[in-house]
Every structure is written in structure tokens, then in C-alpha cells.
Ligand binder design. Structure first.
Ligand code: ADP
Length: 403
């Protein structure tokens, strides 16, 4: 077995996910999560050889260097066979801005570009940078083996007709205001996976992929490349999400500001954290809670129906970009992989595309299962659990193996 392993770090504001992957064998050697969403006491749990462990690691403000040191000293170094074979570190970075459209080894120039793009991802890029800096300090021997993999990179193939906003061109020219998309690492995995399942080369693949998690987006892939996606300058545009509004008339912002005298920070907080499914049903953004109440609670039903309405509208619109070729529609992400209700309502609105769902199979498709959920005489519809870590690991090993 090849022994080159990649350590993957996905640093977010409420959690840090980590894993060690052997990309040659698509094997996750260990994986874990540090959850600091609920209190200042970060709780770490990890899985190795199918055994799970957990520990409280902090009593004070979250500090990424401390967390990564804990991972190194208390988890990785406990198994020297793993520790000594880690040859690179892959970081998930949300926004590459206008300067970066592929995975890169991190150097000072890359750090500057990630900082510059923080303007478009203020909740994510600064934290991604903290993770990178912390891993430089904790793993000094691997300093030149840190690779940044970007969620925007996959969408760099979009044509201007998709990525330009109809606002004065100078905003694009001088400030890079355009649509960049997100979830690109997940789309990269799904394109490669669906190409294998359908036995169609990536170059000839025509699919519409729905990545539905807390953040949700759709992408139209023509001849293997992205031609449009629903997220925009930031991950706020597009579909109804857990707590994000997705598309709204920008005039609502003027109303909030002028008439309601809300501050810009309050408006931002409302559209990012208090809208979407949660804003509509005033109960929860978690589909697991919502599915249970769909039949009995009108507000919850309405929020899910609006989610599916917007999603089916995007899917239908994207068929106009496919030049008459559509091989399959794919569902992924926490909701796409698990919510048979959302899949079934959405697909029921796509009869013009000859989409017919197999109810029994759809019901059983959850918790990591992969496969078709369509009837025999229907457009192909698949559920594919995403694997972003594997994509990051492959990119990290590829870029660092000869450096
Ligand atoms: P993100 O990475 O954007 O934070 P995920 O892709 O992990 O989100 O998706 C999380 C969401 O997936 C949860 O909020 C929940 O709505 C949904 N989800 C997870 N498991 C299930 C399930 N078994 N049934 C229905 N929905 C689920």
C-alpha cells in the first residue's frame, strides 16, 4: 500500500473537521471534528479503525493552533505509522477571489490572495487563514507542503454570460464584483464519481448537480465543466438555505435600511443567519426536525415547499444551458443525501424533464447510500454522497509529490 498520507483541515467558524487520507486507495485512515458551536469548551471526537473517541480540549476561547497541536500530539503521534507518513496538508479554502482558479501550494503570495478574497467571504477566508498559519507552526517540517484547495475554483469555467451581474461593468473591472460560486470541491468529487457510475467520460458528461446542505447550491455541468451555478459573489445567492435567504429582490435591503432603520450588520445577520428555512418556519433549519412535522405543521410545510419550488425552478432553468444534452440529475450534501421528502417534492415538479422517482428506492436512500432513485423509464436521478476530503487529499498529494 502507498504510504503517502494527506492531513486535511477544514477550519470553520463553528467546527474544525480533520482527516488523514490515503488518496491512492481512497481510504480515510482517521477522521474527526472539533465542535465549538455550543460553548467555549471545544469538544473533539475522532474515529480510527472504526473506534470512536472524544475529549474536551479547551476551557477558553477557541485557538486553532491549540486545537491543531492537540490533534498532532494526542491523536496523530499516538500512531507513528500514520504520523510519519503524512507528507502534506490540504486546506479547504472557501474563496479564491479573482486571482486563484486552481489548487495551489501555499506561499506568501497565495496568503495575500486569500486575504484579498476575504472581502467576499468574511466569515470563512480569515478562519481558513488561521488554520493555515496554525499548521505552519505545528508542522514546521511540512511548511512547504501546505496546499489550499478552493471552493470557487471549479466554477472558473463559467462564461461571462453566467458570471457577470447586470450592474455597471466598472464594479467587475475595478473590484472583481461577479459571481464566483461555491461548493466546487464537492462538485469536483461528484463529477468524477458520476462519470464512473454512468460510464461517460468527464469530457462528455452533462449533468445538473444539487449540493444541498446547510448551504445549498445547484450547478449546471456541460461537457464536464461548470457553465452556471446558483451561488454568486458570496454563498448568499441562489437557493433557499438553512438560514440564508438565497435570492431576494435587493430592494428589500433598502426597505430594511431606510424604513426599519436596521444597521447594515443587522441586515447581513438577518439574511445570513435568520432567513431561509429557519426564517420561514420560525422553528428550525434542520431538515431532520422539519421532515417530522411536514404533515402536521403548515408553516413548516410551507418552508419546505418554498425550498423545493426554488430548487426545481433552478434545475429547470439550467436545462436551457445544456444544449439539449442532460444525462442525469444528482442530489448530494446532507439534505440531498438524506431527505427523501425534499427529493420527492422537487422531482415531482420536473415531469416535463421526464423525471419520475421510484418511491421505495427514494425512501431507502440515506446515510451514505449511493445509487439511482428514478423509475426505469425516467431521466436518470442519483443520490451521491459527497467526499470533499478525498478531493482535497488528491490535490494536495498531486501538487506536493514532486515539490
Ligand atoms: P453543511 O456542510 O452545509 O454544514 P451538510 O451537508 O452537513 O451541511 O448538511 C447538513 C444538513 O443536512 C442538516 O442541517 C440537515 O438539514 C440535513 N440532514 C442531515 N442528515 C439528515 C437526515 N438523516 N435526514 C434529513 N436531513 C438531514
Amino acid at each position: 500500500m502507498s504510504t503517502s498520507l494527506a492531513l486535511i483541515l477544514n477550519c470553520g467558524s463553528s467546527s474544525l473537521k480533520f482527516s488523514v487520507i490515503n488518496p491512492v486507495y481512497n481510504k480515510t485512515v482517521l477522521s474527526g471534528i472539533v465542535d465549538f458551536s455550543r460553548s467555549l469548551h471545544a469538544k473533539i471526537s475522532w474515529k480510527i479503525d472504526n473506534k470512536t473517541y472524544s475529549s474536551d480540549i479547551l476551557n477558553k476561547t477557541v485557538n486553532y493552533e491549540e486545537i491543531i497541536s492537540f490533534i498532532s500530539n494526542n491523536i496523530l503521534k499516538n500512531d507513528l505509522n500514520i504520523f510519519k507518513n503524512i507528507s502534506c496538508i490540504g486546506h479547504r479554502v472557501v474563496h479564491g477571489g479573482s486571482k486563484i482558479n486552481k489548487s495551489v501550494i501555499v506561499n506568501s503570495k497565495v496568503i495575500k490572495y486569500i486575504k484579498d478574497a476575504s472581502l467576499f467571504a468574511p466569515l470563512h477566508n480569515p478562519i481558513n487563514l488561521l488554520g493555515i498559519q496554525a499548521s505552519f507552526n505545528v508542522f514546521p517540517n511540512l511548511k512547504k507542503k501546505n496546499v489550499a484547495v478552493f471552493d470557487t475554483a471549479f466554477h472558473s469555467t463559467m462564461p461571462k454570460t453566467s458570471y457577470l451581474y447586470a450592474i455597471p461593468y466598472s464594479f467587475y473591472k475595478h473590484y472583481g464584483i461577479r459571481r464566483y460560486g461555491a461548493h466546487g470541491i464537492s462538485y469536483t468529487y461528484i463529477v468524477s464519481r458520476v462519470s464512473k457510475i454512468l460510464k461517460i467520460s468527464v469530457d462528455n458528461l452533462n449533468v445538473i448537480i444539487c449540493h444541498l446542505g446547510n448551504g445549498a447550491s445547484v450547478a449546471a455541468i456541460r461537457d464536464g465543466i461548470c457553465v452556471d451555478t446558483s451561488m454568486g459573489l458570496t454563498p448568499l445567492e441562489g437557493l433557499v438555505m438553512g438560514t440564508r435567504s438565497g435570492d431576494i429582490d435587493p430592494s428589500i435591503i433598502f426597505f430594511m435600511y431606510n424604513k426599519l432603520k436596521m444597521s447594515i450588520d443587522d441586515i447581513e445577520d438577518t439574511l445570513i443567519r435568520k432567513s431561509g428555512l429557519l426564517g420561514l418556519n420560525e422553528f428550525s433549519n434542520d431538515c431532520r426536525d422539519l421532515e417530522k412535522e411536514y404533515v402536521s405543521n403548515n408553516k413548516i410545510k410551507l418552508s419546505i415547499d418554498i425550498f423545493c419550488h426554488r430548487l426545481s425552478k433552478y434545475i429547470s432553468a439550467y436545462t436551457s444551458l445544456m444544449e439539449g444534452k442532460l444525462d442525469a440529475i444528482i442530489f448530494s450534501g446532507g439534505i440531498g443525501e438524506n431527505s427523501c421528502l425534499i427529493r420527492s417534492i422537487t422531482v415531482s415538479k420536473l415531469s416535463l424533464l421526464n423525471c419520475k422517482i421510484d418511491k421505495t428506492v427514494n425512501l431507502s436512500m440515506k446515510l451514505g447510500r449511493e445509487g439511482f432513485i428514478n423509475k426505469r423509464n425516467s431521466m436518470m436521478i442519483l443520490v451521491i454522497p459527497t467526499n470533499e476530503e478525498l478531493v482535497i487529499a488528491k490535490e494536495a498529494i498531486l501538487l506536493t509529490s514532486n515539490s
